[in-house]
Design a binder for this molecule. Structure first.
Ligand code: GLN
Length: 542
């Protein structure tokens, strides 16, 4: 029997609903339950793929090639369950499906309305493509009271009515702020937020109360009384020093126990959370530290690099070191001498990116790393810029560039026009639509036996997630390899360069895919583990 846990948020956004959902997923798994995590987003974009990272943070890509909300990254990192396209749904997608059906004549004769047609479609998505999991955790994006989230709330209210409390549970995350001038914690915003939910017919069963300090028993009692909730179900969600402590702190606060109790599930003894405890211990007491310069374009907004930051931290945890981030705004850095800015860092990472702005700074960063033997990790755009750098400075091709920046003399990086997915060839040209038309999702690559990457992965066949429109031009392979930059990973048909490396450099690897999307605290990605190990070595030299 699949049970549905719906997680809503109130009072303010950015309270960590995604993390709370993911932590609950991990706790349920620790008892052996099978979980599935889903996100319903109220905005009208079909997916976040076309949104600026400033608007929406990172775009998380699934194996099956869906461009999704970054919360799906949390879900995968905590539960290890690979999300699918069906696990991320937006209002835009719901409406476009409803409208397609309307045109097809499916609703012939009916006036198509939000209720029942849109809400029915939401319910259909929530229950679609499941594998008889024990729990589906379904997070509703936005905050209650938003106009856009109303159809979602109505749909989950109806599901509760249809499936009954034995199969549905409402968790609501709120904020309990401390007002310094009054010297008090305030419960009123939580009460109002629950009222908003009650207005649409939803009585939450469990409240998670974000707070920067302990919530005294009398405040909890007050919240329970005014919100119609059992006192044990008012769960304090206090700030934590590391996000990986959340499964432990939520368990200590009784969150999972109340979930079992609601569903009448008997559990004995304690869940095995030793692996999480071990991670937290390592984060809290590292044996050393390294500094990694991340040369990017959205360095002001850390959400744009969510998975990347986590993956570097996972590499740190595996090597027992703390990773300090030195954020370098690529464009600013173009004015400054690379030696001054990057001198002393233990590793340089150039992450994925789009467009010409800042590209020169990234090329400079790759050059600095190559010439000064500093570990360099180029991801997607970071690989492409490393190749442009090699063409310009090792081969002396001044006009080498990427056609992403407009027509150029020697396109060492060019538009990807054709590739194979399964048994089908996918084609694009310069006039293709921008939404969802990149090379997206998991593709295999073959690694060169004896290369550094083959050694790091411990195999010569890998599968990694992609999100790009341009590719390194295979026609320059021989020249570049002659200059020392080896193409050590290729698509199985041998056409698309997937990895480049300098064998005579301590650690210089560029990858066309996004390994950060596959890294998990309990299963860190080998490239990140190896990169941080190289940075540790470098730290002993400088
Ligand atoms: N802009 C480059 C491309 O489309 C790189 C994309 C990326 O870094 N994700 O190929």
């Amino acid at each position: 029997m699949t049970r549905f846990v719906f997680i809503t948020g109130g009072v303010a956004s950015s309270l960590g609903k995604g993390l709370a959902s993911a932590a609950l997923g991990a706790l349920l798994q620790a008892r052996g339950f099978r979980v599935r995590m889903r996100k319903l987003d109220p905005y009208l974009n079909i997916d976040p793929g076309t949104m600026s990272p400033y608007q929406h943070g990172e775009v998380y890509v699934t194996d099956d090639g869906a461009e999704t909300d970054l919360d799906l990254g949390h879900y995968e990192r905590y539960t290890g369950v690979a999300c699918r396209r069906s696990d991320s749904v937006t209002t835009g997608r719901i409406y476009s499906t409803v409208l397609q059906r309307e045109r097809r004549g499916d609703y012939l004769g009916a006036t198509v309305q939000v209720i029942p047609h849109v809400t029915d479609m939401i319910k259909e998505y929530i229950q679609a493509d499941l594998d008889d999991e024990d729990f589906v955790l379904c997070e509703i994006g936005g905050t209650v009271g938003d106009i856009e989230s109303l159809p979602f709330l109505e749909a989950i209210r109806q599901l509760r009515h249809e499936l009954g409390p034995e199969r549905t549970l409402f968790v609501h995350l709120t904020l309990v702020p401390f007002i310094p001038s009054a010297g008090e914690l305030k419960t009123k915003p939580t009460q109002h937020s629950v009222k908003e939910l009650l207005n649409v017919g939803i009585q939450p069963n469990i409240l998670l109360c974000r707070c920067d300090r302990e919530i005294p028993a009398d405040s909890r009692r007050k919240i329970a009384l005014f919100c119609n909730i059992r006192e044990e179900c008012v769960i304090p969600a206090l700030d934590v020093d590391t996000v990986y402590a959340t499964p432990l702190t939520y368990h200590a606060a009784g969150f999972d126990v109340q979930v079992y109790r609601h569903f009448g599930i008997e559990v004995v003894g304690e869940p095995d959370l030793r692996r999480w405890q071990d991670i937290v211990d390592r984060v809290r007491e590292p044996e050393g530290e390294v500094t990694i310069a991340v040369v990017g374009k959205y360095t002001e907004l850390k959400d744009a690099y969510k998975s990347l930051i986590e993956a570097l931290n996972h590499g740190g945890i595996a090597n027992d070191v703390r990773v300090n981030f030195d954020w370098v705004e690529a464009e600013v850095f173009e004015q400054q001498n690379a030696v001054e800015r990057l001198d002393g860092v233990h590793g340089i990472l150039v992450p994925g990116g789009f467009g010409e702005r800042g590209s020169l700074g990234k090329i400079q960063a790759a050059r600095f790393a190559r010439e000064h033997h500093v570990p360099y990790f180029g991801i997607c755009f970071g690989m492409q810029m490393a190749v442009v750098e090699a063409a310009r400075n090792l081969l002396g091709i001044e006009g080498a560039s990427s056609t992403e920046f407009g027509p150029c003399e020697v396109p060492v990086v060019g538009l990807l026009t054709e590739w194979v997915r399964g048994n089908e060839v996918e084609r694009r040209d310069a006039s293709s639509e921008l939404g969802g038309t990149m090379r997206l999702g998991a593709y295999e690559a073959q690694l060169k036996p004896g290369s550094k990457v083959a050694e790091i992965y411990g195999t010569t066949t890998i599968s990694e997630r992609h999100r790009h429109r341009f590719e390194v031009n295979i026609h320059h392979r021989a020249e570049l390899e002659g200059a020392g930059l080896v193409f050590s990973g290729m698509s199985p048909d041998g056409i698309l360069p997937e990895i480049v490396e300098y064998p005579d450099h301590p650690w210089f690897i560029g990858v066309q895919f996004h390994p950060e999307l596959r890294s998990k605290p309990l299963d860190p990605h080998p490239l990140f583990v190896s990169f941080i190990a190289a940075a540790v070595k470098q730290s002993r030299l400088v």
